[in-house]
Design a binder for this molecule. Structure first.
Ligand code: GTA
Length: 318
């Protein structure tokens, strides 16, 4: 693992020969999804080519996400050469086929959440969404009490910071307790191609829940993450800062400060204006006004049965 900013030679993206599941070790002898019993489809998208399924694994609730991965340019020649084609139709100069690719070029990214809580299930269920306007006072009287008792566990974050999980995936670390962070691939990115590059920087400090807690005191932390994160990504993946979307979510799902680094060419879930706040804007706003995020009205989307939406309704705010 490199120190942030001291990125070493560009990391090789996975090539054909790396492709036989060597990146995570080897094929599992027991698949965590083979005994999965489907309860219901939470949502699916033909355009995004993914499906979110709720079910049970050995009596435990689980969510499984299946997602077709992007077609990689570096495997095109092999894909076209070594696949079988089944003709669907031919008409004049037009013809369509089913291409049966070799297994190692035909993977489906699979995410398993098990045991899944009811909150996980609701998070992935397709639901109507509503915009909420939250003043600083609303945050302190409605949101903060709610998230203090209802938010997702951040144990996975502590596991990363303490090197109990994903230690071998860390791209770089700045260990400073005040301005330090860990940069690693987000679990939505399979690291096979830069087109959908997605990394997250997780701060070492454990006292910053979200954007709302940030003041000018945190500017050294934020600028450190921006500078070293962008520098490391440039050196490691040859992606310049002008091709990166660097942002924070409000509301986040996990209330431990983290910053999203995604490829500008990739429309990551949650990168829309109603949820994403560019890190460079956040830095400028705090430079202009230290209590900007303490006081301003924040607008964000909530799903129909999100408990926080109910709290806003009960308080007569909707
Ligand atoms: N490396 O264990 C982890 C881990 N977990 C549990 C979450 N993340 C992790 N990364 C690593 N290891 O980008 C990542 C998430 C996310 C970030 C948390 O941490 O992938 P956030 O607090 O702002 O919460 O960010 P957010 O954005 O709501 O989380 P998430 O999970 O990305 O959900 C947003 C939407 O993305 C979902 O509603 C869903 O539409 C979509 N989505 C979520 N997971 C997937 C997936 N696997 N495939 C496709 N779409 C997905």
């Amino acid at each position: 693992m490199a120190e942030c900013g001291n990125g070493t030679a560009a990391k090789k993206l996975k090539t054909d020969t790396d492709n036989e599941c060597k990146d995570t070790g080897e094929f599992l002898s027991e698949s965590p999804v083979s005994g999965f019993e489907i309860t219901r489809i939470l949502r699916d998208s033909a355009r995004e080519k993914n499906i979110f399924i709720h079910g049970k694994v050995k009596d435990q609730d689980a969510v499984v996400i299946l997602e077709k991965t992007p077609i990689r340019q570096d495997t095109l020649t092999e894909l076209l050469k070594s696949s079988e084609l089944k003709l669907e139709m031919r008409n004049d100069v037009y013809s369509t086929y089913q291409l049966h690719a070799p297994a190692h070029l035909n993977q489906i990214k699979t995410t398993v959440v098990c045991p899944a809580t009811e909150k996980h299930v609701k998070k992935y269920l397709r639901q109507e969404i509503f915009l909420v306007e939250e003043s600083g006072e609303d945050y302190r009287s409605i949101t903060l009490p709610y998230i203090s008792k209802q938010s997702f566990s951040v144990q996975w974050v502590y596991n990363i910071l303490e090197k109990k999980a994903e230690a071998d995936r860390i791209i770089c670390e700045d260990p400073d307790p005040d301005t330090g962070f860990v940069l690693l691939p987000d679990f939505k990115w399979d690291q096979k191609q830069n087109e959908d590059l997605y990394l997250i920087a997780i701060v070492h400090r454990r006292d910053i829940k979200s954007l709302r807690d940030l003041t000018s005191e945190h500017l050294p932390l934020l600028t450190n993450i921006r500078n070293k994160g962008e520098d490391t990504i440039q050196k490691r993946y040859s992606v310049p800062s002008s091709k990166l979307r660097v942002y924070l979510h409000y509301q986040p799902s996990y209330y431990h400060l983290h910053i999203h680094f995604t490829s500008l060419d990739y429309e990551a879930p949650g990168c829309g204006v109603e949820r994403a706040h560019l890190l460079s804007d956040v830095i400028q706003n705090l430079q202009a006004d230290s209590s900007y995020y303490h006081n301003r009205i924040m607008t964000f989307p909530l799903r129909t049965d999100d408990g926080l939406l109910l709290e806003f309704k009960d308080a007569g705010k909707l």
